[in-house]
Design a protein around this ligand. Structure first.
Ligand code: ACO
Length: 457
């Protein structure tokens, strides 16, 4: 019996019987209970017993691991980190408090907090040699493209934190990643503008530092607006972790081969970039600009509902939440605070609230339980703060780094990871006899299609 099987035997409460109607055979599978619902059917021995695989391409019914970091109840709209409600953390904590909680499992004591803040603050600078990497990118490169590259490059700098079997080295790698991501993201922005890089300041908080590195220039004084720093911190908290989402699962899968942690996080950044995941906040703003005015909302809602049209309302719907995303509620409140502070009357906020109202009264969205997600309002706040649209996902990546690395650390702390290696339902050709070139059939000339391509496959 393997160690993981022995561990699951302890928490097994009952069994689930699976019956194969073709053979009449029945199989008892253990059901494992966590500390919260839902329980899982342990199918690790299913193939060995039945010769069958499970088929679940989007992981809609599959738990890929056990984890003690984050709990989501999508039906009730609950999100908790280490047992603490996200609303409480967003209201009463700061981002580094939440980072400590995710990494260590407990909120820090006052002494631990001072020590942790010190560690993170003193790892924010980048190796000067790393600056040369930026110059290799085009000036119009997307910040996420730059971040994938630069974070991947970190793996070549820190040989003292690459022994992944050493818990201390894993912790140092975690601190480095959390601390350096704002600097890396801010420099990606500065590079795209042709502006000088601004070094981090040790007398500023994490969020203040991020704002300063993005928005200040050496020629001018820059005072961080405390309302904006608070809002920034809240945005970071709301994005810090979200259990086994696409990018976190990517990090775990990359890490399961015992790969370098910086390379694993680079893989996570790549996964986050897509518009179905972290790229949605950019897409929301584009959508609101495209809609333009309230009278055009019905036209876009109609498109989103049309089964023949691929168009979707960005910032709506979630794989797990079938209720209002609790993060979106906090974000909406924060959005009003920031716009009030800055005296900005952004018509996109009015448009977003009207779109939300119309969609939430529409049968299509009600039946499918499609509610605004965290990205629906975050773009409007970030825009009001002055971030260009293409930095939105970069901010998300900065915030999510702690979640990624906490999951990686959790996996590594369980002993040598079992490599993640899904199987497949094969639907290709069965065995065929190889045909040598002289006996293969001649195809008709493709004319110029070799140059212009052929739209049909
Ligand atoms: N607009 C219109 N219809 C939608 C939307 C939407 N935003 N989202 C889902 N639907 C519909 C689907 O067309 C489908 O309808 P059907 O049952 O008639 O076929 C049904 O709702 C279920 O949708 P799925 O795509 O099966 O749901 P899934 O869980 O796979 O997708 C996802 C979740 C990717 C987030 C989806 O809702 C979406 O594309 N939303 C827009 C992009 C977005 O905001 N992404 C951010 C997610 S949050 C985050 O990553 C931080």
């Amino acid at each position: 019996m393997s160690k993981s099987e022995a561990k699951s035997e302890e928490i097994q409460q009952h069994t689930f019987t699976l019956r194969d109607n073709a053979t009449g055979e029945s199989y008892d599978l253990p059901v494992l209970d966590g500390t919260e619902e839902p329980s899982v059917i342990d199918v690790r021995n299913l193939y060995q017993k039945t010769g069958l695989f499970l088929y679940d391409p989007g992981f809609t019914s599959t738990a890929s691991c056990s984890s003690a970091i984050t709990y989501i109840d999508g039906e009730k709209g609950i999100l908790r980190h280490r047992g603490y409600a996200i609303e409480d953390l967003a209201e009463n904590s700061d981002y580094l408090d939440v980072c400590y909680l995710l990494l260590h499992g407990e909120l820090p004591s006052p002494e631990e907090k001072v020590e942790f803040d010190h560690h993170i603050t003193h790892h924010t600078m980048l190796h000067e040699q790393l600056m040369y990497f930026y110059r290799g990118f085009r000036r119009d490169a997307h910040p996420m493209a730059i971040m994938v590259g630069v974070v991947g490059a970190l793996s070549s700098f820190y040989h003292d934190s690459t022994d992944i079997t050493d818990p201390q080295q894993r912790m140092v790698a975690s601190h480095r990643l959390i601390a350096k991501m704002p600097t890396i993201g801010a420099y990606a922005y500065k590079y795209s503008k042709g502006l000088p890089f601004i070094y981090p300041s040790n007398d500023l908080s994490f969020s203040e530092n991020l704002l300063k590195m993005v928005f200040s220039v050496p020629a001018d004084n820059y005072d961080v607006n405390p309302v904006l720093a608070k809002a920034m911190d809240r945005i970071l908290i709301l994005h810090a972790d979200h259990e086994q989402n696409a990018s976190t699962s990517t990090v775990r899968l990359a890490g399961s081969s015992a790969a370098n942690p910086f390379a694993c996080i680079a893989a996570g950044i790549g996964s986050l970039w897509g518009p179905a995941h972290g790229g949605a906040n950019e897409a929301v703003l584009r959508m609101l600009s495209e809609i333009g005015s309230k009278d055009r909302i019905p036209e876009f809602v109609k498109r989103a509902k049309d089964p023949k049209d691929d168009y979707r309302l960005m910032g709506f719907g979630h794989r797990v939440y079938k209720n209002y995303d609790p993060r979106a509620k906090v974000m909406r409140k924060s959005c009003h605070e920031v716009l009030n502070e800055l005296g900005i009357d952004d018509p996109r906020l009015e448009l977003a609230m009207e779109l939300e109202r119309i969609a939430l009264e529409d049968d299509y969205f009600v039946e499918r339980k499609l509610y605004p997600n965290v990205d629906f309002y975050s773009g409007i706040i970030l825009k009001a703060m002055g971030f260009p649209t293409n930095m939105f996902t970069a901010i998300f990546a900065i915030a999510r780094t702690v979640g990624w690395i906490a999951h990686w650390k959790e996996m590594m702390s369980e002993g040598p990871p079992q490599i993640g290696r899904p199987r497949q339902l094969y639907v290709g050709d069965q065995e065929r006899k190889f045909a040598t070139i002289d006996v293969r059939e001649h195809k008709q000339s493709r004319g110029w299609s070799w140059l212009w391509g052929n739209s049909k496959e």
